[in-house]
Write a protein that binds this ligand. Structure first.
Ligand code: SF4
Ligand code: SF4
Length: 388
């Protein structure tokens, strides 16, 4: 097979295995529907061949995305994953499987599949489950399925969004996560893209309020309880630690170089945070000859340069995660809505220097095992016991 430089550094493939979804989240950046197209096994195999025969990376993450990837049959996944493992052996690559799922439907056969292929699951939780949220819905069912996964010892990562309906509830959300023994989560800011293009805009003060609630929770628990992963990365940077370079957290991100988004038809997108039919950002097709790929990628990375003009003189650049270029270019105003909150967060870090240093030290000592601590809740002090 001819060498294909588009794949030389790829370590993550965000594979839109279907355009179908069984939920209707108001902020969905995909804009999918109940009806849609699934990826053929031939397209998937072509992607595996192209990637594993070209990449110089030793480990490749095949992230099944959508749409809702759990809607695809087990038979398809068995075929896909067996082929990937076989090709991984041929090209001496480690292959890892993961899936971002809304967890609305979880038949027992899917649990068996996840166990068999050690699939790492990412799920979205935005609320306390006292009620279904306006933005997503169906949280109560998701909680039942989350418990099923935990009881089956499956690896589950928690992704929350900060959105217009929950930005003022993160104190409660953190307590709720503690109560169901979630130890770590990520809180990402929602941008108005895709289906949410005309939604109410999340204001700077909303993002700051949510992030401050999370920080205060981490301060209350001294780093012995729930940890928000974006904050942890920022704290490490604040205290001068070298952090591993990552896909998303540098000014020029790894879109199109370290990662690719692949549509159900095999079109390449800079990363998974594009809509499946965002053809203006297609970089080519996996099976076609590479043409103009890196020029198109540069155009994407260089769009909306006004967001980065002040970075050189910005004190907060020390902790900045530089937002998401895919969301910036897809939003109407093309603004980095995380810039001002990052500056406010940096000021918070300066003000709470010593207490935050303790959090980081505790996280690093791994002092989470067998920890008993008390949190002030609106109903009075409540004790939490962690037994990892
Ligand atoms: S476009 Fe966004 S999600 Fe994709 S790699 Fe860049 S920062 Fe990360
Ligand atoms: S906070 Fe804003 S100005 Fe400062 S480095 Fe980040 S993106 Fe640039």
């Amino acid at each position: 097979m001819l060498k294909d430089s588009r794949f030389f550094n790829i370590s993550t493939l965000i594979i839109k295995v279907t355009n179908r979804c069984n939920l209707d989240c108001l902020y969905c950046y995909e804009n999918v529907s109940r009806l849609g197209v699934d990826m053929s096994i031939e397209t998937y195999k072509c992607l595996v061949d192209k990637t594993l025969s070209n990449t110089t990376q030793s480990s490749i993450n095949f992230l099944f995305h959508g749409g809702e990837p759990s809607l695809i049959s087990n038979q398809w996944y068995e075929q896909a994953m067996e082929y990937t493992i076989q090709m991984g052996k041929k090209y001496l690559k480690k292959v890892v499987f993961s899936m971002q799922t809304n967890l609305l439907a979880l038949p027992d056969a899917k649990i068996d599949l996840f166990k068999k292929y050690d699939v790492q699951l990412g799920i979205s939780l935005d609320g306390t489950f006292e009620e279904n949220t306006a933005q997503r819905g169906a949280e109560l069912r998701v909680l039942q399925n989350y418990n099923k996964l935990v009881n089956n010892n499956l690896k589950v990562g928690i992704l929350s969004t900060i959105n217009v309906d929950n930005f003022d509830k993160f104190d409660k959300i953190c307590l709720f996560f503690e109560s169901i023994k979630i130890k770590s989560f990520k809180a990402n800011t929602v941008y108005n893209v895709g289906r949410g293009l005309n939604n109410q805009v999340l204001e700077t003060s909303h993002v700051v309020q949510a992030q401050t609630s999370i920080l205060k929770h981490m301060l209350n628990t001294k780093g012995l309880g729930l940890i928000e992963q974006n904050t942890l990365l920022e704290l490490k940077r604040f205290f001068g630690q070298k952090t591993a370079s990552s896909l998303c957290h540098d000014q020029v991100c790894g879109a199109g170089k370290l990662a690719m988004g692949i549509t159900t038809n095999g079109d390449i997108l800079p990363c998974g945070r594009f809509q499946w039919n965002d053809s203006q950002y297609y970089l080519g097709h996996i099976a076609a000859k590479e043409e103009d790929y890196f020029n198109k990628l540069n155009n994407f990375q260089n769009e909306a340069p006004e967001n980065w003009l002040n970075c050189k003189n910005c004190g907060a650049s020390k902790i900045c995660r530089f937002s998401c270029q895919a969301f910036i270019v897809r939003s109407k105003d093309k603004i980095n809505q995380e810039c001002k909150p990052t500056i406010e967060k940096f000021n918070f870090f300066v003000e709470h220097h010593e207490a935050l240093k303790l959090i980081l030290a505790n996280v690093e000592k791994g002092q989470r095992a067998n920890v008993l601590f008390t949190i002030k809740t609106p109903q009075g002090p409540k004790e939490y016991h962690f037994n990892q």
